[in-house]
Design a protein around this ligand. Structure first.
Ligand code: GCB
Length: 601
């Protein structure tokens, strides 16, 4: 699916703003046929849960409805008009007047519908109604289950440690494409010669709606054409390219023009960063140089708007990460808003891009999710239908984010029950699919503490092993001396057995901002700092460790639970982004504020 851009042949209209809003329990069986009842309004983009100080809305299980009247611009006559939702969590259905135009399952990837096919005319006013369902089942990604409680009420059981925010948390837009011949898709792969000297940009264009002549130009930031082609697919060589480096990105632009009967019928363009990514032995190489990941596991999580995308907070978060000296992050535990990857491309951030496959694990420790006697990868929980949904989530993520230079690796699951019977059968086809869809990027997963080097069934399938560990927190609580010994012993076993790069994708301790203790005790700012310092000592002793992502960048909202006080408090920053002592500890280690040297075309 093409990213939405404005060009001489394509226009965009944002539908962000206030929409009428109602719960399914308050609406008729076909709410799209008339005006929604009541007078609630909900902003888009935003999760709806925290907008209303009301249990019924915050803990709603099922569908909600958004509705608004939209005028299709008169000037759009003769164009094809699409509606595009950047996400609807976890399932969306869109009606234009009384017609269902699209239904989509999967809460963190975009979908769209051709409104022209539904008979929509330029100049007309239409009623757009969007149903959004937040239910997670064992066949969804992420999986969950519905249960009935003793009051006969349906409750949503989730198996992940973040609040089940839902709604339209990202942009909704209308856009046009030419009615006839037009660019349908474009995929870019770049590479860099080992000795420098030249780079290559492979491109693969799809032209829809008939035959046209194509012109593809790669242009540098001064507007100079550095390579051009008249084919739909091919490889362009750029001599002495300006490379896209972490912290020092350079973006070219690829301009695509489609001509038919001597007239330009479509124009499209996108940014291209020339860089290579490879794994060699225990190293992760970007442009043939070893790269060390410093940064965070994060969440899309803000007060009031939940997982809503907001540009002010986005820039602030990137600036805070840069202030600590971080160079990278993981989109734990789902694909983030597209604006975040565009920003990362322009500012040289490295992204480990994660599929929303979290909670494929019935036996996770820590007491967070309770006890369960079932086998995770079996007919009882994650079965072949779940696996199909998981494949679809991988396809949609790779399709959406293939062209981002910032994305260096796909993470196809977080902390599955990878020591369990059936895990290998479940994951092998998923790794295969990922590599088939993108043979150029390494694939990883994050392993959890119950699947050790000798019991994990899947680690050898991956190019890089992501490891989440909590010695000194969930075990050896308060005893960093013993935690240090155990952590080192275990990491050495991973290194010896798998001889490939290890990225520590999570390590952290819940910390109450403002709580100080001497000597340091769990929950205090001192303990979080000493905990991180202990992990860093161990990482520095182990060659295969090529990255450290602290859990978490900021405190975040979770479901209720006896080990969560107003959410998860492992943030280096509070939920409103005030630094804890750990932020200063990380600045010392990571070098603090780095200078931005981006050159963006
Ligand atoms: C984990 C999970 C993450 C949790 C974290 C914690 O291993 O991957 O989602 O939030 O632990 O704090 O318990």
């Amino acid at each position: 699916m093409l990213k939405v851009v404005e060009t001489s042949t394509r226009e965009v209209k944002s539908l962000n703003g206030l929409w009428s809003f109602a719960l399914d329990t308050d609406t008729s069986s076909s709410p799209w046929e008339s005006t929604l009842p009541g007078n609630l309004e909900c902003p888009v983009p935003a999760s709806y849960n925290d907008i209303f100080p009301n249990h019924a809305l915050r803990e709603h299980v099922g569908k909600v409805w958004y509705q608004r009247l939209v005028r299709i611009p008169k000037s759009w006559k003769g164009q094809r008009v699409f509606i595009r939702l950047d996400s609807a969590t976890h399932e969306g259905e869109v009606y234009v007047n009384d017609t269902l135009v699209v239904r989509h399952v999967g809460g963190y990837t975009p979908f769209e519908a051709d409104l022209t096919e539904a008979g929509v005319q330029a100049g007309e006013e239409v009623r757009i109604t969007i149903g959004v369902n937040n239910i997670l089942t064992r066949h969804s990604i992420p999986p969950g289950e519905l249960k009935e409680n003793e009051l006969g009420r349906t409750v949503q059981v989730i198996r992940h440690d973040f609040f089940n925010y839902a709604g339209l948390a990202r942009s909704v837009r209308l856009y046009t494409v030419p009615a006839g011949v037009r660019v349908g898709d474009v995929k870019i792969v770049t590479d860099v010669e080992e000795k420098g000297g030249s780079g290559t940009v492979k491109f693969d264009l799809k032209v829809d709606g008939g035959d046209g002549t194509v012109l593809v130009k790669l242009v540098d930031r001064d507007g100079k054409i550095v390579a051009a082609s008249k084919s739909c697919s091919g490889e362009m060589t750029v001599s002495n390219p300006k490379l896209w480096w972490p912290g020092h990105p350079y973006l070219y632009r690829l301009f695509i023009k489609v001509t038919s009967a001597n007239t330009v019928v479509d124009e499209y363009n996108l940014s291209v960063g020339i860089r290579s990514v490879r794994v060699s032995g225990t190293q992760f190489l970007i442009n043939h140089q070893p790269f060390y990941f410093k940064g965070y596991g994060r969440h899309e999580d803000l007060t009031v708007i939940g997982k809503g995308h907001d540009n002010a907070w986005m820039v602030y978060d990137f600036e805070l990460m840069r202030w600590t000296g971080a160079n990278s992050f993981r989109t734990s535990h789902y694909p983030y808003a597209e604006e975040i990857y565009d920003y990362a491309d322009r500012h040289g951030w490295i992204v480990i891009n994660e599929v929303a496959a979290v909670g494929l694990n019935l036996h996770l420790g820590g007491g967070i999710f309770g006890k369960d006697d079932r086998v995770t990868f079996s007919r009882e929980f994650c079965d072949s239908t779940t696996q199909e949904a998981h494949k679809q989530a991988i396809r949609e993520l790779i399709d959406r984010d293939y062209n981002h230079p910032s994305v260096v690796m796909w993470c196809i699951t977080n902390e599955p029950g990878s020591q369990e019977k059936g895990a290998r059968e479940y994951f092998q086809p998923l790794v295969q699919l990922t590599k088939q869809l993108d043979p150029h990027r390494p694939v990883t997963f994050t392993n959890m503490g119950m699947a050790l080097p000798d019991s994990d069934e899947i680690a050898d399938l991956f190019d890089v092993i992501g490891i989440n560990r909590y010695y000194g927190w969930y075990s050896e609580t308060g005893n960093l001396e013993l935690a240090e010994k155990k952590l080192e012993e275990e990491l050495r076993r991973w290194e010896e057995k798998f001889k490939r790069p290890l990225v520590i994708c999570e390590y952290g301790a819940d910390t109450l901002a403002g709580l100080h203790m001497n000597p340091a005790q769990p929950w205090s700012e001192e303990y979080q700092s000493e905990f991180l310092e202990m992990y860093h000592r161990v990482f520095d002793r182990i060659e295969a460790v090529i990255g450290e992502h602290v859990w978490n960048f900021a405190d975040f909202s979770t479901g209720p639970g006896i080990i969560r006080v107003d959410g998860n408090k492992k943030g280096v920053f509070t939920r409103d982004r005030r630094p804890k002592m750990a932020a200063h500890t990380l600045r010392k280690r990571w070098g603090g504020l780095w200078e931005e040297k981006g050159e963006v075309g």
